[in-house]
Design a protein around this ligand. Structure first.
Ligand code: FES
Ligand SMILES: [Fe+2]
Length: 369
């Protein structure tokens, strides 16, 4: 383990014009994965989905983040809370999937909780020492940003701010995008492979010749800003291609004619275009398995129903193309010959380098205390 931690520091310290990727063992070792669950993953801010997945009081959805079952619910006061989805009696999950509930009634012995986690009722509990007040559902630290819901499993983790990324997204009016699709699937790949894949433009023309190349060819990829816990790049459209949907009024012509891809480390990757927002939230399960929840949102009524259906089909196909590659690569990464390989320049794989540097910094910060 120590050896891998040192390797990561060495890679992150390489000169910027000589970047190298991480060797396969970083993606295949279960021991290293477990180290990540105690460090970069446990302390990170994770996107769980979009706020408008749960627009009304009592709307909820569930998620499993590492070993924590989560219940994300819109309260009576209109606020979103992320509660532990674990009954305080003997540990049953209180809800599954998504829906709307007046109260959360445990399916085991019918303890009943309110939207804020208060225990309202516990049938036949007459022990003198029992007090419902001591049995509310724990609340995880959460934050809203640009219409997304985030959680951290580390109560000491400070809230995040990144004004430059805010400025990059502001013209798109990301917060106002309207949800049209949610899907979940399990990919047999390491969670970091998926972050890297989504965030590099190098593979676009090769892996997506039919689906993406016409709009976002590799050759027009340009690195954008990176900061404390994020990176970004522009997948630009060719000159002779029209923007797809007008989007917000404040968008420049250049912003309208590109997809702005950003990663909020560790587990969110997203593509913001004028009229379409696609975001993937990754829920790592083990070294070679990750649950992917992806949402698609649109700008106001920019796209009609047929176009939305086409976009959903297109993105399903793009995801299938990426998944097929990553699942094959995951097997090969187990090879003793999957050593550190040279990365392409900033516009193509600079985002992978940013991710690596972030991983190395966090690893130092979290293991040297
Ligand atoms: S475990 Fe929930 S009421 Fe018993
Ligand atoms: Fe891809």
């Amino acid at each position: 383990m120590k050896h891998l931690q040192e390797t990561l520091q060495e890679l992150a310290a390489l000169p910027n014009d000589r970047p190298m990727g991480m060797p396969g063992v970083f993606y295949t070792s279960q021991e290293y994965y477990e180290h990540e669950t105690r460090t970069v993953l446990r302390s990170g801010w994770h996107c769980l989905g979009r706020e408008d997945e749960i627009p009304n009081t009592g709307d909820y959805f569930t998620a499993q983040l590492l070993n924590e079952p989560l219940l994300v619910v819109r309260g009576d006061d209109g606020n979103v809370r992320v509660l532990a989805n674990v009954c305080r009696h003997r540990g049953m999950p209180l809800a599954e999937g998504r829906g709307n509930a007046n109260r959360f009634v445990c399916s085991y012995h019918a303890w009943t909780y309110g939207h804020d986690g208060t225990l309202l009722r516990a049938p036949r509990m007459q022990n003198a020492g029992f007090d419902t007040k001591n049995c509310r559902l724990p609340k995880h630290k959460s934050q809203l940003w640009n219409g997304f819901i985030y959680v951290t499993l580390d109560a000491d983790e400070p809230n995040f701010e990144h004004p430059e990324l805010d400025a990059l997204l502001a013209p798109y009016e990301t917060a106002s995008f309207r949800l049209v699709h949610v899907a979940e699937e399990d990919w047999k790949t390491n969670w970091k492979c998926l972050v890297e894949n989504f965030m590099e433009g190098y593979h676009l023309s090769v892996v997506h010749p039919q689906t993406l190349h016409g709009y976002t060819p590799t050759g027009l990829s340009r690195k954008l800003i990176n900061g404390l816990d994020y990176t970004s790049y522009a997948a630009n459209y060719p000159e002779d291609i029209d923007a797809r949907g007008d989007g917000a009024q404040g968008l420049s012509e250049a912003e309208r004619k590109r997809s702005t891809l950003f990663a909020k480390f560790p587990t969110q990757v997203a593509s913001q275009a004028a009229s379409l927002l696609v975001s993937l939230s990754l829920f790592p399960i083990n070294a070679d398995l990750v649950r992917v929840k992806w949402t698609m949102s649109v700008y106001q009524d920019n796209l009609d129903d047929d176009t939305i259906a086409q976009r959903i089909a297109l993105w399903s196909e793009v995801n299938r193309e990426d998944r097929e590659k990553l699942e094959k690569m995951q097997v090969a990464l187990g090879s003793a010959h999957a050593t550190s390989g040279p990365l392409a320049g900033d516009d193509y794989e600079g985002t992978i380098r940013d991710f690596q540097v972030w991983l190395a910094k966090r690893d130092t910060a979290l293991t040297s205390v």
